[in-house]
Design a protein around this ligand. Structure first.
Ligand code: NAD
Length: 509
């Protein structure tokens, strides 16, 4: 179907909140940049960009709001996060369109996955507000030792463009549940959906200034935020290169904890005993074409045992061929646009380089323009090896590099990546082999007989090893990561007589 024949929504009708939102109010201060729709290459709105002064004002509003927030009873905080989740549900269609219009996220997925997931994160962490507990640790009769958990204060959140709403909510929901205030700088390419959520937070009754959104590029607005002296912690999702820069900026200007969710080069390890090849092909094709491969945990490397290699590749190629490219506002679109011409050119360059290094294109491999947007044909790259550019670098496009193996150990060796360690998938019906692979692979997550998160994975920690970063999101670890621990020792020595009545206490150093 031609993408013009049915539209999930009219992009021209989407009115976006093109402003910063802090201290409970919008602000349009700052020079503007154009926000482009990747689906048709047209400018949708002008976005104001923050300088250091504006960032300072936003952080100060967060400092003020944080003390009010931390003073609330935990259950009250939980109720307010639930109220925000209800408002996200109420405004679901509006948020889905704000998300889709300037991003690569197809409207159907925004409606069925991204917006409901954002609401669920708010609810899940709303429930954690009164469940994070301290500890009493071992001590002699002469003391009691408590461990208290406390919020950091103001947390800076910096997010990328590929899943703007979900990635911001993964962070802000646990950060707020832990008692912090938040200043978010979303990607300047996809700034609108989270700005609307910040407006809804005030409507839900969260203190003005608790959830703030500032806009601008990384080197100016982002850097001013991460290095601000009143920002006590930085939680970043984005590329490994920028994660390293933030570590260095923060290190040069003061010490504060960081959580870094970075890039991935994730293997899909398929053994010959994987069972139904059609089901496996469904997972692998979806794992590399979802959001056109613009996904940190895209399964971008297929490592497959020789007896099933050819049959599996044919099935994956067939599925890739069935995808329909189109704008994000069409309900027919299953192959998303590439976020920018620059990113599309980068994908093409990595493929060309890999081919010049000895790889061969089995399927796809071509950049094409449609309706003003940039698209990339889903691609299978064969004959890959560890020295090739397409193996070493995160491509961030619908490109699956393929390596074939003959023994279990060879498969496990090929599946390891020397730098990245975000996720891995293992397909086998042999439980012992699956566990052996799960224990061997150096990645923060291993999926057995599936690719990708399900809604339930909100409960389990997500985060990388190696150059894929550190710090965990989701689950208990997600909320605990936004809290610090304080040890409190209560000396009972003056009650020593009482203690001696019950026998001697341990000697103190
Ligand atoms: P990016 O690193 O270019 O930008 C991410 C954010 O950082 C943007 O908001 C940008 O403005 C900001 N930024 C840039 N320079 C900065 C600086 N010096 N100081 C502070 N902020 C700065 O990434 P991107 O192109 O937006 O997103 C794609 C990358 O994100 C990929 O590498 C992908 O793997 C990664 N990612 C990781 C995860 C994960 O959970 N591990 C999830 C999604 C995306």
């Amino acid at each position: 179907m031609n993408h013009d024949t049915y539209r999930g929504f009219e992009p021209e009708n989407v009115v976006v909140p093109a402003h910063h939102f802090f201290a409970g109010k919008p602000s349009t201060t700052g020079p503007t940049i154009s926000v482009i729709r990747p689906s048709d290459g047209l400018t949708h709105a002008q976005l104001p960009c923050a300088d250091a002064q504006l960032i300072d004002a936003a952080v100060r509003s967060a400092v003020e709001a944080q003390s009010d927030w931390a003073a609330l009873k935990p259950r009250q905080r939980g109720r307010l996060l639930h109220r925000l989740a209800d408002l996200v549900d109420k405004h679901a269609e509006e948020l889905a369109q704000l998300e889709a219009v300037v991003s690569s996220r197809p409207i159907v997925e925004c409606r069925t996955i991204d917006v409901p997931t954002a609401a669920e994160y708010l609810r899940y962490y709303g429930e954690w507000c009164d469940k994070v507990e301290g500890m009493v640790t071992a001590s002699g009769d002469d003391a009691v030792s408590l461990v208290l958990r406390e919020p950091y204060g103001v947390v800076a959140i910096i997010t990328p463009w590929n899943f703007p709403l979900v990635l911001a909510t993964w962070k802000l929901a646990p950060a707020l549940a832990a008692g912090n205030a938040v200043v978010i700088k979303p990607s300047e390419l996809t700034p609108f959906s989270i700005t609307r959520v910040a407006e809804l937070a005030v409507e839900a009754g969260l203190p003005a200034g608790l959830l703030n959104v500032v806009h601008g590029d990384g080197p100016t607005a982002g850097r001013a935020l991460t290095t601000h002296p009143d920002v006590a912690m930085v939680s970043f999702t984005g590329s490994t290169a920028v994660g390293g820069r933030i570590m260095s900026d923060v290190g040069m200007t003061g010490i504060k904890p960081l959580s870094l969710e970075l890039g991935g080069k994730n293997p899909q390890l398929v053994f010959a005993d994987c069972g139904d090849l059609n089901a496996v092909a469904d997972h692998i094709a979806w794992g590399i074409t979802r959001n056109a491969g613009q996904l940190c945990y895209a399964g971008s490397r297929l490592v497959v045992e020789r007896p099933v290699a050819e049959a599996l590749l044919n099935r994956i190629a067939e599925r890739m061929g069935q995808l329909r490219s189109g704008p994000t506002w069409s309900e027919e679109t299953t192959l998303a646009p590439i976020i920018s011409q620059r990113q599309a050119d980068r994908i093409a360059r990595i493929i060309d380089q890999s081919v010049s290094e000895g790889a061969s294109v089995h399927t796809g491999g071509t950049l094409f323009e449609q309706g003003g947007g940039c698209f990339f044909q889903p691609t299978l790259l064969l004959e890959m090896n560890g020295r090739m550019t397409g193996f070493r670098e995160e491509i961030f496009g619908p490109v699956l590099g393929v390596q074939v193996f003959d023994t279990i150990n060879e498969g496990l060796r090929l599946a390891q990546h020397p730098r990245y360690g975000l996720t891995a998938s293992v397909f086998t019906r042999d439980g012992a082999k699956a566990l052996k692979a799960a224990k061997t692979l150096r990645t923060g997550t291993v999926w057995i007989n599936r690719w990708g998160r399900t809604a339930d994975m909100i409960t389990s920690p997500f985060g990388g090893y190696g150059q894929s970063g550190f710090g965990k999101e989701s689950g208990r670890a997600g909320v605990e990561g936004f809290m610090r621990q304080k040890a409190v020792w209560i000396d009972l020595a003056e009650h020593a007589e009482l203690a001696h009545a019950h026998g001697p206490s341990g000697a103190r150093p």
